[in-house]
Design a protein around this ligand. Sequence first.
Ligand code: AMP
Length: 222
Amino acid sequence: MDVILLGPPGAGKGTQALAIEQHVGLVHVSSGDLFRAAIKHGTPLGLQAQAYMQRGELVPDDLVIRMIIERITACDCAGGVLFDGFPRTEAQAQALDLALARTGRQINDVLFLNVPDDTLIKRMSGRQICGVCGAIHNLYFFPSRRAGICDHCGDLLYQRSDDTIATARRRLDVYFEQTRPLIEYYRRQRKLIEIDGLRPIESVTEAMLEALGALHPIERAA
Ligand code: AMP
């Protein structure tokens, strides 16, 4: 089974991916995380991607598509992938359909996390991530018990450099122009499942698991 988490930046895709990946037995592939790792390691891909990310723009399709296809052809992804942050354009969606079809696979479900625009800016600009365990806190909605310290492992929290208010606004504009049309793309394929992303984190997780289980009872039982 291959599943896409679709939604605007700040909708909670990363948080939900961490919560559901083990339950559904899929490998979590986040294009943003892959770019951040490439930047950290100073690879040519990281150097190319960095400027786009800092401006809140999309990295060009050819770079993203090559990176994702390389990642999902690794053997740990053979049993299915939970895509987070990819695809973000129609060209990426088509390339993904083609790549999966080559191995007899296809996207089974697209979970669209719907959150109103005014909440998204706060979600992005308040986001704090643990550098060690990857847990995600938020200064406004889900603050850590001790400022700057992860509740889960006690390590330091950091803020992504593209989570400033100005970049968050630009990322939202880019989402409306380039990624929102994918809602229609997957609706036409009858794969879109809309989830209300304003509910508490655990309820959203439950709704996602239920949606996947209800649609795939055999895989759920397996
Ligand atoms: P994310 O962690 O998913 O919010 O992604 C952070 C940034 O990485 C985005 O604002 C883009 O600059 C870049 N990025 C991540 N995924 C993609 C993608 N599928 N296509 C183009 N750029 C991407």
